[in-house]
Ligand binder design. Structure first.
Ligand SMILES: Nc1ncnc2c1ncn2[C@@H]1O[C@H](COP(=O)(O)OP(=O)(O)OP(=O)(O)O)[C@@H](O)[C@H]1O
Length: 323
């Protein structure tokens, strides 16, 4: 169990990372690799926090340092108010990590795996919640089977349960839905939301930007070992100040005269697409212009930018092109 002091106090930031640096030693022909270059990051208590970045950005390195699996080269990591270097036991007790790899002992049953894990964290028998955990992740029926007989999805469920044995305040999920089916994904997100509602801070990495947009209230983007931004998801999506008004004008194909600052084109399906900056041009001004051009409006929709647009603009791809 977490140390008593870890359970009774609350902190504004579940995790604080300051000047975090990691250089992996080189080997053979490979030079040393600086994976993190002085990362600063605060993860507010109670959030569902998305850590995003292109391949090789340093996400796994960050998570593995939080989990105590990789040693940082420099910097400070505070977990639930406990400095990892000063109070390693308490900081470890406050966090549970569901790793990417399916690292499960094939000869233990799910129940035994959870009991062993609880033992590793020093959870007294009277405080274990093995049955509840098995139920939570839908493994009650398989509780006594050999883990090697579990499907990939079931192994992932078991990893989630293992991350929770010591009732951590913070749950970290590293690419939890990579390659999983929709059913498992839904189970995972239902549980994540429920745990978050009960007060648990959730940190996840994902390659699925739609998923981050849907699940996370706050998102940090890192790239090449540096923080690019850390913002509320909504404000991040508002950053691009660009929307597209899409109008079905039936058979009419002319382009209307539009206010300055907007741009119209016909899409392959014949619909009129007008891109504009909502902060400068109100949508109804565009609709007036379409009416003034005597174009029928059969259907109308406004497309807002999604996280993918923001992400591509903020990370290496576009920055390298000078965008
Ligand atoms: N054990 C290691 N030894 C040497 N270099 C490493 C090691 N682990 C990671 N790296 C390098 O550090 C950089 C950051 O890797 P990391 O796995 O943290 O990125 P990531 O953002 O998680 O990427 P991905 O999305 O591909 O998992 C990469 O350039 C990677 O090649």
């Amino acid at each position: 169990m977490p140390a008593p002091e870890a359970t009774t106090h609350s902190v504004p930031n579940a995790i604080e990372i300051n000047g975090l640096t990691k250089t992996y030693a080189g080997s053979g022909n490979n030079p040393p690799k600086q994976a993190l270059k002085g990362l600063d990051l605060a993860i507010p208590t109670g959030s569902i926090f998305g850590l995003l970045g292109p391949n090789g950005a340093g996400k796994s390195t960050t998570i593995n340092i939080l989990a105590g699996l990789v040693r940082k080269s420099a910097g400070r990591v505070t977990i639930w108010g406990f400095d990892q270097d000063v109070n390693p036991r308490q900081s470890r007790a406050a966090i549970g990590v569901m790793p990417q790899e399916l690292n499960i002992d094939p000869f233990l049953s799910p129940r035994a795996s959870l009991e062993v894990q609880a033992g590793l964290y020093g959870v007294p028998k009277s405080e274990r919640w093995t049955d509840e955990l098995l139920d939570l992740v839908g493994l009650t029926e398989q509780a006594e089977s050999y883990s090697r007989h579990l499907s990939g999805g079931m192994k992932r469920r078991l990893l989630l349960a293992k991350a929770l044995v010591h009732r951590p305040q913070i749950l970290v999920l590293d690419e939890p839905t990579a390659g999983v089916d929709i059913q498992l994904r839904d189970m995972l997100w239902r549980n994540v939301r429920r745990l978050n509602e009960q007060g648990m801070t959730i940190i996840l990495t994902t390659h699925y930007l739609e998923e981050a947009e849907e699940m996370c209230d706050r998102i940090a983007i890192i790239d090449r070992g540096e923080l690019i931004l850390s913002e509320e998801t909504q404000s991040l999506l508002g950053r691009t100040d660009s929307k597209t008004l899409v109008v079905d004008t039936g058979d009419a194909r002319t382009l209307p005269a539009l206010p300055e600052g907007s741009r119209a084109e016909r899409r392959a399906d014949g619909r009129l697409a007008i891109s504009y900056a909502p902060s400068r041009l109100p949508t109804d001004g565009l609709i007036d212009a379409i009416r003034a051009a005597n174009l029928p409006i059969r259907d109308i929709a406004v497309e807002a930018p999604d996280l993918e647009d923001v992400f591509l603009r903020m990370t290496s791809g576009d920055r390298a092109k000078g965008a």
